[in-house]
Design a protein around this ligand. Structure first.
Ligand code: SF4
Ligand code: SF4
Ligand code: SF4
Length: 280
């Protein structure tokens, strides 16, 4: 029985590995391109290893996964291979009708994957958050400004309008423009992310107020198979989980409708501090 309990905590890691390996093998065979096998196997192994070490109680493993996956995607796929993996790149390849790395990445990590692993992308792989999470405000020092969340939809619409405009104007050398946009967009995200973190005393302020990707991530996350459960009968309402949560999730409620439930990045900070083990 005890062994079964020990094994259970590694189930998410095994599921992640199997999911990414399945995607890797299917895309490799269908697209006849070894890149997909290597790419998704690497990401799946990093995520599985990191989450397994994390479940085993090792510190800093989430940062390790963020750096291993985030740097690979930003530097190798983005800068060296010149694949625009930002939301503008997704629109670009979508309009081209190209089922390339960026569109596949969005489908797996941000549109359908969240049905299984929620906002795991935001907790373990995002190259913007991998930097923001090293800033000094891991626990938000100020209440969340719910109304500012509307800016994410504005950013989403702007990104779509920008790429649509380039297509409508039949801009020359779109490939080069998209690469420059990738570099400039990432620089702006880092500057805005760091400025917002200090202004709001909250490392994840950019995620809460500006990041357009959440428009994709949130709906499927609501139905996520992997999520932090709360056994309300064990909760003594000490509020510790609420204080450490970087995303202001009302995690001491069991319902999927809990406030900011679709914001959970599965960092598990709340489960570590719960004195009654109500969260798992
Ligand atoms: S909300 Fe955006 S910036 Fe934040 S972790 Fe998720 S994808 Fe990255
Ligand atoms: S602290 Fe808990 S509820 Fe908050 S984001 Fe992390 S896992 Fe989710
Ligand atoms: S830390 Fe545990 S006991 Fe305290 S409020 Fe959260 S769920 Fe309840």
């Amino acid at each position: 029985m005890k062994n079964r309990g020990r094994f259970r905590k590694y189930v998410p890691s095994i599921l992640l590995l199997l999911l990414f390996e399945a995607v890797a093998v299917v895309l490799w065979l269908v697209r006849d391109n070894l890149f997909y096998l290597l790419n998704f196997s690497y990401i799946g192994c990093c995520l599985a290893l990191g989450t397994a070490l994390f479940a085993a109680g090792k510190r800093y493993t989430r940062h390790f996964v963020q750096l291993a996956v985030g740097c690979y995607m930003l530097l190798y796929l983005g800068v060296i291979s010149r694949e625009n993996m930002q939301i503008e790149g997704f629109w670009y390849y979508l309009f081209l009708g190209a089922f390339e790395a960026a569109t596949i990445h969005y489908a797996v990590a941000k549109i359908f994957g969240p049905l299984l692993f929620g906002r795991g992308w935001c907790g373990y792989a995002c190259w913007t958050a991998m930097v923001l999470d090293f800033l000094p405000y891991r626990q938000p020092q100020k209440p969340r400004r719910e109304k500012l969340g509307v800016l994410r939809y504005v950013m989403f619409a702007l990104s779509l309008a920008l790429v649509s405009g380039l297509f409508l104007m039949k801009a020359a050398d779109l490939e080069q423009i998209m690469f420059r946009m990738f570099l400039a967009g990432n620089a702006l995200y880092y500057i805005a992310g760091i400025a917002l973190a200090f202004a709001f005393k909250d490392n994840r302020a950019f995620c809460k107020y500006l990041c357009p990707i959440t428009v994709f991530l949130a709906p499927a996350s609501y139905f996520s198979l992997l999520r932090v459960h709360c056994d309300e009968s064990k909760c003594i309402h000490c509020g510790k989980c609420l204080r450490v949560c970087p995303m202001n999730v009302e995690v001491n409620k069991g319902s999927r409708r809990r406030k900011n439930g679709t914001e959970c990045i599965l960092c598990c900070e709340c489960t570590k501090v719960c004195p009654t083990k109500a969260l798992h």
